[in-house]
Design a protein around this ligand. Structure first.
Ligand SMILES: Nc1ncnc2c1ncn2[C@@H]1O[C@H](COP(=O)(O)OP(=O)(O)OP(=O)(O)O)[C@@H](O)[C@H]1O
Length: 272
């Protein structure tokens, strides 16, 4: 790939260019400290994986980057500029889009309607032209094909697609509407092996198109298949922060499983 990433040449993204940086970020909810001193770097054309058990602080991290909750310490930089969002709109305007696990789709509506939901193309040359349905169908079909999503009929209700395909449509939608940074909240958590594969391929496609991806997951295997950078959170703090070359899948899995605690447990449970 050339310096300027193909699909997003218009956005001027260069592989490795930092898009979002968290430096010593913390978040307290009153007396509860949900996140402490976390560093995170999201770069164009890279996947940053955030792993952690329940209560580790993953959702809090997403909320800070996506503009739902402001951080209470440290700094959040977007394109090198210090920010503290007071609404998701502000993050979205800077190209930071979040795809939540419980996708906001309307199951009985067609795939193309869901693709354009809330951002429908309206008007046209005729003042009473209404929605530009044919154009929306064409664009949704083209965008899904471009990223290799095989939807046989763009007019079928989105509820008839598999969970993995629905995730992919939501990601394609975010990309089409200008995302430069894509935050994926456990996109493979509810999926089987095959459907997870569909989503992981799509994450790789978004990365190859030059986006900076934050992939939140419990699953080290999934993370290792696509990740360039790995951060493991535990009780609100980073216990591992490593580039791909500096950590093996086995180490990632052990750390996720509890590392030293697991070794201790294994000693305790040692059977004669
Ligand atoms: N609005 C809130 N008010 C008070 N405490 C909160 C709030 N949101 C999160 N917390 C606390 O912050 C800590 C981190 O929670 P968070 O939801 O970020 O973890 P998580 O890694 O996303 O977990 P899960 O995978 O279970 O969603 C938890 O101890 C949680 O109870």
């Amino acid at each position: 790939m050339t310096d300027t990433l193909a699909g997003h040449a218009d956005r001027g993204l260069r592989r490795g260019e930092p898009l979002v940086e968290l430096i010593g970020v913390g978040k307290s909810y009153g007396p509860i400290s949900a996140l402490r001193d976390v560093d995170l770097r999201v770069a164009a054309g890279e996947v940053t994986c955030v792993l952690g058990d329940n209560g580790a602080g993953k959702s809090t991290l997403i909320k800070i980057i996506s503009g739902l909750h402001p951080h209470t310490s440290g700094s959040l930089k977007v394109d090198g500029v210090d920010r503290s969002f007071s609404s998701p709109r502000e993050a979205l305007d800077l190209g930071i889009a979040t795809v939540y696990q419980d996708l906001a789709v309307v199951p009985l509506m067609e795939v193309w309607r869901n693709f354009f939901l809330g951002s429908e193309l309206v008007g046209g040359r005729h003042p009473l032209a209404g929605m530009r349905i044919r154009e929306m169908r064409r664009i949704a079909d083209r965008e899904l094909r471009k990223m290799g999503i095989a939807v046989s009929d763009i007019n079928q209700p989105i509820g008839t697609l598999s969970g993995g395909q629905r995730q992919c449509v939501a990601i394609a939608r975010a990309v089409y509407f200008g995302a430069r940074v894509l935050i994926l909240d456990e996109p493979t958590a509810a999926l089987g092996v095959k459907q997870s594969g569909v989503v992981l391929k799509y994450i790789a496609a978004a990365r190859d198109a030059g986006l900076g991806v934050v992939f939140i997951t419990h699953n080290p295997q999934h993370a290792y298949l696509v990740g360039d950078h790995f951060v493991i959170l535990k009780l609100g703090a980073a216990v591992l922060d490593a580039q791909r070359g500096a950590v093996t899948l086995a180490e990632l899995t052990t750390q996720m499983a509890g590392g030293d605690e697991l070794a201790e447990l294994s000693r305790e449970l040692d059977r004669p």
